[in-house]
Design a protein around this ligand. Structure first.
Ligand code: XMP
Length: 182
């Protein structure tokens, strides 16, 4: 793809666009094998998982449904606020569907835990599994683990490919590690 270069992004490259693409190939093959013959609904948690979801979905040749859920937990800062806010009142229609939740990163676990609990309590899915692009190696605030993870990383602050710092850098094609503030 011909892209104009990004001017001076902060920090150091953790995973290049090429490395991410290669990992998504493998992850998508695994998901395709698991969800063949199942009524799959993919449910990306916005905003951070948008690039991950778009690139992953196009590698899964199944008749899946796509629904989105918009949730905020960081509010633009570098620390989790500790509260998870659902930006819409109604949940997507996933009754009797096998739901695959997608998120950019599993950090404290609060976001995915809150979303999964609410789906299970209110939306009657057949199953709920979780795929994240990044999984931070740390103790979680909630009992939450991912069924699929693109990359395991140290407890560092990451930007790019959907992840932001104060609302910026989501459109970087690669993942970078920064030391806030920057
Ligand atoms: P939790 O802590 O609930 O985190 O597992 C989930 C959400 O918090 C954001 N998050 C990050 N955003 N760099 C970011 O730009 C990070 O290192 C980071 N850690 C967590 C992210 O939106 C994620 O969905």
């Amino acid at each position: 793809m011909n892209r104009p270069p990004f001017p001076a992004a902060p920090g150091r490259v953790l995973f290049s666009a090429g490395v991410i693409a290669a990992r998504l190939d493998t992850l998508a093959a695994e998901l395709t094998a698991f969800y063949r013959e199942k009524p799959l609904t993919v449910l990306p948690i916005l905003n951070g998982s948008l690039p991950f979801a778009a690139d992953l979905l196009r590698r899964i040749p199944l008749p899946l449904h796509l629904e989105c859920l918009s949730v905020a937990s960081y509010h633009g800062a570098a620390q989790s606020s500790g509260t998870v806010t659902f930006r819409q009142h109604t949940l997507p229609p996933v009754a009797d569907r096998d739901v695959l939740l997608l998120d950019d990163i599993l950090d404290t676990g609060r976001t995915l835990h809150a979303v999964r609990q609410r789906l299970l309590a209110e939306a009657a899915p057949r199953s709920v599994r979780v795929a994240v692009l990044l999984r931070k190696n740390k103790l979680r605030a909630e009992p939450m683990e991912a069924d699929y993870a693109g990359f395991d990383i140290a407890d560092e602050f990451v930007i790019g490919y959907g992840l932001d710092y104060e609302g910026r850098y989501r459109n970087l094609p690669e993942l970078r590690v920064i030391t806030p503030p920057c």
